[in-house]
Design a protein around this ligand. Structure first.
Ligand code: SF4
Length: 468
């Protein structure tokens, strides 16, 4: 193929992708119809199972609404949404998310107040992710419909309340407070599509057109200066604005290799190291861990010897700690304390080891810079994302296996995914180190340090999926 043919092919591809962005902008009504359909489906699966009796042992996904809702939410919905972030950026947020749609809808009819300073605190995505992940484990959110109603329904009500009081027709909740917005923003950095902004075209745009056009960017993105896919909900409303914004393809590594050098923050590092590689792994792991059982037995023995029996006998209401005597599923205060201790210990150990290893990578590339540390932390996003997707999809596997499906290929797929994601992260570590001017030898050292950062998380997933 001649170079002219290849240039024409790539121009055609650019136009096709840009046309998809334009399609989104032109079909707002269709997008709204989809959003309301998802809102209805979500509300039905959220509310109705909470008023039905818990499923018996003979119930199946296809004949019991509670099990069906459990399978849809945790087996398909959440792993699918996370996967979609890697493929299409935050298209889910802009086109399908029921919470975002409701928050924006209420905000259009609400008080339209200013956004308070406390809402703008950049640590909310990290704090909210940690709190919801830990609380979800305490109340067994994956297993029972009442905690689902509290966790997801509570989050939706909070999103609507924030929409009512703050912003005019904007998604203030999604921008600042949503417990998964931080994770979504990190994963979207790897998406091969994004809304690209041509700053020069933007500034060249004739004043007549500037006056005519206006962007209604619900998540309040500063579109002119947007360089990252993290805050963009891919709604397409700005497509074609000032002839400067268009949906475009990009290399999945582009943003982390280049843009993250300027945009990576301390909160990103905390979310990657403590949130995704620490707390999330501890949360997925504790129920299968023999260490959890050993610590619990050790603590129980000491309590019995000291004649302190109430932690072994007392349970709490189901909305604080799992309490379903009819299902033989009750956590005592001791169980709850060991659960919290396990997740905290996993978070401290895994994140401290990873942070120390990344610090070595930074020093191998020159003098200490926190910005470089946060940049190297971004290199771990592929592995962190893969772990969370596999952890959530373990629910899918459990539910389908309980239905009698033989999924013998799953371990091989998991190994492939974890291995591929680890190699992807190491490649990003190499590119970042070389980008800082490290010699090949020092860059190899930085890659080895990144590998050390991943060693404990890799071992944790190996234990969970293959050893325990
Ligand atoms: S920048 Fe805003 S308006 Fe443009 S696609 Fe992203 S979310 Fe939509």
């Amino acid at each position: 193929m001649s170079s002219i043919d290849s240039a024409l092919g790539s121009q055609r591809r650019r136009l096709c992708i840009a046309a998809a962005g334009e399609w989104l902008r032109r079909h707002r009504r269709g997008v709204l119809a989809v959003q309301w359909a998802v809102v209805g489906f979500y509300a039905f699966l959220l509310i109705v199972p909470a008023f039905l009796p818990l499923p018996g042992v003979a119930a199946h996904i296809w004949d019991n609404l509670t099990l069906f809702a459990q399978f849809v939410f945790w087996g398909i919905w959440w792993p699918g949404v996370l996967l979609s972030m890697l493929l299409f950026g935050r298209l889910w947020c802009g086109v399908f998310c029921p919470e975002g749609a409701l928050s924006e809808f209420v905000s259009k009819r609400g008080r339209g107040g200013a956004i308070p300073r406390w809402i703008r605190w950049p640590g909310w995505p990290f704090a909210a992710f940690v709190l919801t992940t830990v609380y979800g484990q305490m109340v067994s959110v994956y297993q029972y419909p009442h905690p689902v109603l509290i966790v997801l329904g509570g989050s939706t009500l909070a999103a609507m309340a924030v929409g009512y009081f703050c912003g005019r027709g904007k998604r203030v909740w999604c921008r600042y407070l949503c417990p998964v917005s931080g994770v979504f923003g990190l994963l979207a950095k790897l998406a091969p599509v994004h809304f690209a902004v041509d700053r020069q075209a933007w500034d060249r745009c004739p004043p007549a057109i500037m006056r005519r056009q206006n962007i209604d960017c619900a998540p309040l993105v500063a579109v002119r200066t947007m360089t990252s896919a993290s805050p963009c909900h891919m709604c397409g409303r700005c497509s074609g604005f000032r002839n400067a914004v268009a949906l475009q393809l990009r290399h999945p590594n582009d943003e982390i290799e280049t843009v993250s050098a300027r945009t990576a923050t301390m909160w990103d590092s905390l979310l990657i190291l403590i949130g995704l590689l620490g707390i999330a792994i501890g949360a997925f792991q504790w129920a299968s861990s023999p260490w959890f059982v050993a610590v619990k037995q050790w603590a129980a023995l000491h309590l019995i010897e000291a004649d302190i029996l109430w932690p072994l006998e007392t349970s709490l209401p189901w909305w604080i700690l799992t309490n379903y005597p009819g299902q033989n599923d009750v956590l005592t205060i001791l169980d709850g304390a060991v659960l919290l201790g396990y997740i905290a210990a996993a978070a401290v150990f895994l994140s401290a080891v990873a942070a120390a290893a990344l610090a070595v990578a930074v020093r191998l590339c020159g003098p200490w810079r926190w910005q470089r540390f946060h940049h190297f932390a971004h290199a771990l996003i592929p592995f962190a994302a893969c772990g969370v997707i596999l952890g959530l999809s373990a629910q899918t596997v459990t539910l389908l296996t309980a239905e009698g499906l033989v999924l013998g290929w799953v371990p091989a797929l998991r190994a492939l995914a974890l291995g591929g994601a680890a190699l992807w992260s190491l490649w990003l570590g190499w590119r970042i180190a070389r980008g800082y001017g490290a010699s090949p030898l020092r860059a190899i050292g930085a890659v080895a340090a990144s590998a050390a950062a991943l060693a404990a998380p890799v071992a944790s997933w190996v234990l969970l999926f293959w050893v325990w």
